[in-house]
Each structure stands twice: as C-alpha cells, then as structure tokens.
Design a binder for this molecule. Structure first.
Ligand code: FES
Ligand SMILES: [Fe+2]
Length: 414
C-alpha cells in the first residue's frame, strides 16, 4: 500500500503538481504525425492538463503551441493554417511553425516583432511520433531510445486514449504476474507465447486454471529500474525509463520484435498510451509480433476505436463484458477481440478504468507486486531529487541499449 499523500504526489500531473513539473523536464511524445495533415485545421490536444494545438503547415512543417493565442488568448484551434504558420482570426497575429511571431497587426508597423513571445513548444519527429518538451528555458538534447533512430519500416506505433490516471498503465506493466491470470486465455492462444508462457505444472486455481508463481526481482538503474520475473517456464525482464517509458517482453525468439509503452498524462484522469513495436534486426516482418497485432488494426490513432465493445463501455455497462463467453469457458476475463493485442488492451484498460485513480491506501500487496512497489519508490525518489537539487533523474543517461528480454527457463543460467 501507499499512503494517500504519496499516492497523490506521484499520480497528479496538472497545474503546479510536482510530478507534472518533473515530467516537463523530459521530451515526451504527444501525437502521431498521421493526425496532422498539411494545411488542415489545427488539431487540439491536452498534455499535462495544458491545452495545446498541433498543426502541419501547407509546406509540411509541424508546429505545437498553447491553444491560447499569445495576444489575448483566443483559441488557436480557430486559427487559419496559412503558409509557414497559424494566423489567429481575432487580430491576425501570425505564429510560425518554428515558434516566432511573424506578424502582429495590433502593433505599429515597425514594431520589433522579436519582442513578442509566442507560446510555442519545440518539436522533434521520430518515425511517426511528434515529441515535445514543455519545460521552461532551453530544452535539453533529445534523448534517443532503442527504437528512435531506426528506419521507419522497423517501427510501428499506435495510441489509445485511456480513462485512467497515467500511472495505472505503468503499474500494470510492473505487475507482470497479472498476465497469467487476466490475460490467461490470450497468452495461451498467442503464437509468440502459448506453451512458451506456462509450465503446465505449478499452481492451479480450484477450477483447474494453471499458472506459475514467479519470483520478482528489482534492480535500480541510472535510467529508472529493471525488474526480473522468473518462473518455472521463463525469465522476462522489464525496464522503466524515466519518466513514463516501459519496455515489456514479447517472445523468447531473440530475433522477434521488441515492445514498449509510453504513458503520457493528458490530465489527471486521462492518459495517452503509446504502444510501440520495433525490430533492430531489420524491417518488421509480416509474420512478426508488430505486424500481426498493431499492423492488423485499422485505426492506430485510438486503438479503442477498433474494439467490439463499442462507445458505451463504462462502469455502468460493466465495460460490455461478455459473461456468456466466460460461462462457456471461452474467456477467463470476458473480453475478447479479433486481434490479440486488442484483447490485451481491452482486458488491461477496463481493469485499469475500474481502479481508483489515486487511492492506494487499502491495497494488500504480495511478493509478486515487488516491482509495483519499486516503481513507485523510483518516482518518489525522483521527485525528491528534483525538488531538492533540480535533478531530472535519468534524463541525460544513455538508454539506447535498453529493451526487454524473454528467456525460456531451460536456457536461463542459474
Ligand atoms: S487574440 Fe489572437 S491576435 Fe488577438
Ligand atoms: Fe496486461
């Protein structure tokens, strides 16, 4: 368990909240480039509770700025997308994609425009991800990760808007054990897992469902921490890279794709959850994890748009859980989708939405929850360092060789 005050500290990211201030020290991905069409109306988004607009100029430049116009706060979502920048429709200020005020009809003809500040934010594009830095002052160098320097055909990404606090998706990745219970049937059926995931021995529920009780080890790293989940069938590692990146394991085949999630707070109750799959050995194969999962999904801007459960999924509808499929023994969880990755998404996120956003004071944790505890400690320690020394934990650490491993137990060295 975690007392309510500490839980609030690591979950709340909007306004002056310390976690939000820390998050602003890092480059974070905020929108897929495919959502930005050259010359199209500005795209509204919110990150860390801050309303923003992103756009692509007719010439193809990508820009990001506060939704409020820097003159007198009219919405820049109403702005005209003109050559090289947005023009506010209220008094005609024009702001370039690079963040310069290039026209200000409200000011005298020869007024030095460099004295007017825009409310723009720097952008960096990696594959189809637009990253920004929302801090104050000069942005730090962009920190590359294992996939950010790969050619586009070696990476596939998707986003999902999840109705829970940003920490919940990370906690569920630190909680590797739930994958044997909540995702039991999905893992049994996945070509990359199946018999590679369960030992056939180990423990059983009183209904006969077999699972393997793991040993969970954690280790601090300069970029955050790693965890090792070791059970009778396998050993998998996961890596948390500050402030919101989590690499998770996919398959025991060393040539198979690798995966990660990035959990970006939209506000304190909503999260932009990135799914990224990459392969450092070459282009993603049509038979690989990425292309047989995310590659089969039509709408990768919000994975929820692909689910069978429909738009009325909520606590009131019990997220359209299929009790019939449960009774017939077809699905342990009652969430079944056409693509395995969507089944995992539905299972994970309906459970996450059902959890309280930040009260962790009544939890009763077991040894399998060790990485959950460690992840929270890393964030609390990072907050303390940021507040006392201005340090941004792990931000300047080279993490380009960090990704997750999955080794079958007979090949694990003792
Ligand atoms: S409010 Fe935008 S130009 Fe005046
Ligand atoms: Fe999960």
């Amino acid at each position: 368990m975690l007392d309510r005050e500490k839980s609030r500290l690591i979950t709340q990211c909007t306004g002056d909240a310390p976690m939000g201030q820390l998050m602003r020290e890092y480059w974070i991905p905020v929108i897929r480039t495919s959502q930005l069409i050259a010359g199209a109306p500005p795209h509204r988004l919110t990150i860390l509770g801050q309303p923003l607009v992103a756009f692509r100029s007719p010439e193809g430049e990508i820009g990001l700025m506060d939704e409020a116009c820097p003159h007198r706060a009219a919405s820049m979502a109403l702005a005209r997308n003109e050559s090289h920048g947005l023009r506010c429709i209220y008094h005609g200020w024009k702001i370039s994609a690079a963040g310069l005020v290039t026209e200000a009809p409200t000011h005298p003809e020869h007024f030095p425009l460099e004295r007017l500040k825009s409310r723009s934010h720097p952008v960096q594009v990696r594959q189809d991800m637009v990253w920004t830095w929302l801090g104050k002052g000069t942005p730090p160098p962009f920190r590359e990760l294992a996939f950010t320097t790969l050619p586009d055909d070696q990476v596939i990404t998707a986003t999902a808007i999840v109705h829970c606090n940003w920490l919940r998706p990370l906690e569920t990745l630190w909680d590797v054990f739930h994958s044997q219970i909540l995702h039991h049937d999905a893992n049994r059926q996945m070509p990359f897992r199946g018999d590679n995931y369960f030992s056939k021995e180990g423990r059983r529920t009183d209904t006969g469902m077999q699972y393997d009780y793991p040993e969970m080890l954690v280790e601090r790293k300069p970029y955050g921490f790693m965890h090792i989940n070791r059970d009778a069938r396998k050993q998998t590692t996961g890596h948390f890279v500050m402030p919101c990146v989590q690499f998770h394991s996919v398959s025991p085949d060393p040539l198979e794709d690798k995966a990660l999630k990035i959990s970006v707070p939209i506000d304190d109750h909503t999260t932009l959850l990135w799914s990224v799959v990459f392969n450092r050995h070459g282009p993603l194969k049509s038979t690989g994890f990425g292309m047989t999962n995310l590659g089969r999904v039509k709408d990768r801007d919000d994975l929820f748009n692909n689910l069978r459960a429909g738009p009325d999924r909520s606590a009131q509808t019990r997220w359209n859980q299929d009790r019939g499929a449960m009774a017939r023994g077809e699905s342990f969880s009652g969430f079944v989708e056409d693509v395995p990755t969507l089944t995992l998404l539905a299972e994970d996120n309906y459970v996450l939405e059902s959890q309280a956003d930040y009260d962790r004071s009544q939890e009763q944790l077991g040894p399998v929850d060790r990485a959950v505890v460690e992840g929270r400690r890393v964030l609390l320690d990072a907050l303390a360092k940021h507040q006392s020394q201005g340090e941004s934990l792990g931000r300047d650490v080279d993490a380009t060789d960090v990704w997750s491993e999955y080794v079958l137990s007979e090949t694990v060295e003792s």
